[in-house]
Design a protein around this ligand. Structure first.
Ligand code: NAD
Length: 481
């Protein structure tokens, strides 16, 4: 059986404990690989490799760092099919999605930060008339930790690693134990691209052991984390007494506000995607849909009709729109929310049932599910489900729509459908989120700041924001005569 080893100091190695975890294929429920079950001893080894690599890497000319990152980007493109196949098998997502989104984006993450670092500049402030000149150095932090979730495995793993190493840091990184395979493959790609040993170290294992040991390590000075809000809260408590720099990208319960003046057909097509892409397992999915009352019945009918045409099936079947959910426990969690919706008085307009796929009877398949709710404060409308489940509710006024949109603990993103420019501005300014999409969804320019407010996290990734996170600003003030 395939073994997913750690990648430390440029070499693949077994975990110190000799212990392994099972890795499941969500499309058929079978164990197909063993994952290194790392502990603090492996974290210590990874840290030492990263520490030893830091002096040289942080002094490597920017052009050279950039060249290596570009090479990694190119190699990811060249191995597109191999990586996408591994991602679909490990995560359960349709191969078509991994080919269209996950792997191309992993490559763009390296390409983008390879270029961004060549344009990253610092400020200078001359105190005119006082004979002082200030300039700000933006220096790499040292050894940093990157921890990522299972929903967009290589996409989010590289979204952190690329800016960290572009800025001259060395890294101890851990992908989710639920989807470790493409992260493990990245080690070989980095070796082939000529990334010096120890610059990137990839550890596998569970959050409370391997992940916790990274966060607890006294000399890993910054942590970039994407995952659940509860985990983020725990991580912040662990890191705070050590005054670590933290970037936390956490959960969401994103609203879609649909006004009657929108471009209806475009809205309908994109709302199907923003609800169910990647089985609804994208932190940016619009899971609460609020529709202006005059459009509500028409939308409800057309949305149910369109969603009922989506095909749930084997990720490797070319016409599958939705694949399998990522794991058995996650499937059970999502199903529990569907039961709760009924208990809370919601109406299941479509879906709600597991799907049996021929020859894949043990896979974790679920119908896309639409629930009409009657109280925006019910738990199904308040808690992150992170699966193929959306809620629908009508609204009468702009004020009511905004109140419901903002009436949750989360604040990651929102999508607004309207052709009224004044309303667009009014609402965009008042939405309590980090990202607003107007008449589009998941439209990403990597230069823009990415992140949430409220319980969706702290800090911003993307563009120079990420390079600022992965550097320390040091001001140098020179007095001259
Ligand atoms: P999770 O919090 O369970 O795990 C995320 C990562 O943290 C994994 O690698 C896990 O092993 C690790 N981890 C767990 N406990 C840890 C600990 N004590 N110390 C250190 N690391 C620990 O999240 P998940 O279930 O993998 O992912 C789903 C969540 O991620 C959802 O809530 C989703 O909204 C969120 N997410 C957010 C964004 C964003 O950009 N805001 C993007 C994708 C996913």
């Amino acid at each position: 059986m395939q073994k997913i080893q750690n990648y430390i100091n440029g070499n693949y190695c077994d975990p110190v404990s000799g212990k392994w975890l099972d890795n499941y294929n969500p499309s058929n429920g079978e164990v197909y690989a063993q994952i290194a079950n790392s502990s603090s001893k492996d974290v210590a080894a990874a840290y030492e490799a990263a520490r030893d690599a830091f002096p040289s890497w942080s002094n490597t000319p920017i052009e050279e760092r950039s060249r290596i990152l570009l090479k990694i980007a190119t190699l990811i493109e060249e191995k597109m099919m191999e990586l996408a196949t591994a991602e679909a098998k490990d995560n359960g997502k349709p191969l078509s999605l991994a080919l269209a989104v996950d792997i191309p984006r992993a490559s763009s993450n390296f390409r983008f930060f390879a270029n961004a670092i060549t344009q990253f500049a610092s400020e200078a402030h001359e105190s005119v008339g006082l004979g002082t000149m200030n300039f700000t150095l933006r220096q790499p932090i040292g050894v940093v930790g990157c921890i990522s979730p299972w929903n967009l495995p290589l996409y989010l793993f590289t979204w952190k690693i690329a800016p960290a190493i572009a800025a001259g840091n060395t890294v101890v990184a851990k992908p989710s134990e639920v989807t470790p395979v493409t992260a493990a493959m990245l080690g070989d790609i980095c070796t082939e691209a000529g990334l010096p040993k120890g610059v990137l170290n990839i550890l596998h294992g569970e959050g409370p052991s391997a992940g916790q040991a990274i966060v607890e390590h006294p000399h890993i000075k910054a942590i970039s984390f994407t995952g659940g809000t509860k985990t983020g809260e725990h991580l912040a408590r662990t890191a705070a007494p050590m005054f670590k720099k933290l970037s936390l990208e956490l959960g969401g319960k994103n609203p879609n506000l649909i006004f009657a003046d929108c471009d209806y057909e475009k809205m309908l097509a994109i709302t199907v995607k923003s609800s169910f892409a990647n089985q609804g397992q994208i932190c940016l999915c619009g899971s609460r849909i609020f529709v202006e009352r005059s459009l509500f019945e028409r939308f409800k009918k057309d949305f149910v009709a369109k969603v009922s045409q989506l095909k749930v099936g084997d990720p490797f079947d070319a016409d599958s729109d939705l694949g399998a959910l990522v794991s058995r426990p996650h499937l059970e969690k999502v199903r529990a929310y569907i039961r709760l919706a009924k208990e809370e008085g919601g109406t299941i307009l479509f879906g709600g049932q597991p799907v049996t796929v021929k020859d894949h009877e043990q896979g974790y398949y679920l119908q896309p599910t639409i629930i009409e709710v009657f109280d925006d404060q019910c738990r199904v409308n308040q808690e992150e489900i992170f699966g193929p489940v959306v809620t629908l509710m009508p609204f009468d006024t702009e004020e009511e729509a905004l109140k419901m949109a903002n009436g949750v603990r989360y604040g990651l993103s929102a999508t607004l459908w309207t052709n009224d420019l004044n309303r667009t501005m009014r609402i965009s300014k008042q939405l309590e989120v980090g990202i607003v999409w107007v008449n589009t969804w998941l439209n990403r320019d990597l230069r823009t700041p990415f992140g949430g407010v409220k319980d969706s996290g702290v800090g911003r990734e993307g563009g120079f924001e990420a390079l600022r996170f992965f550097t320390e600003a040091k001001n140098v003030c020179i007095k001259y005569e």
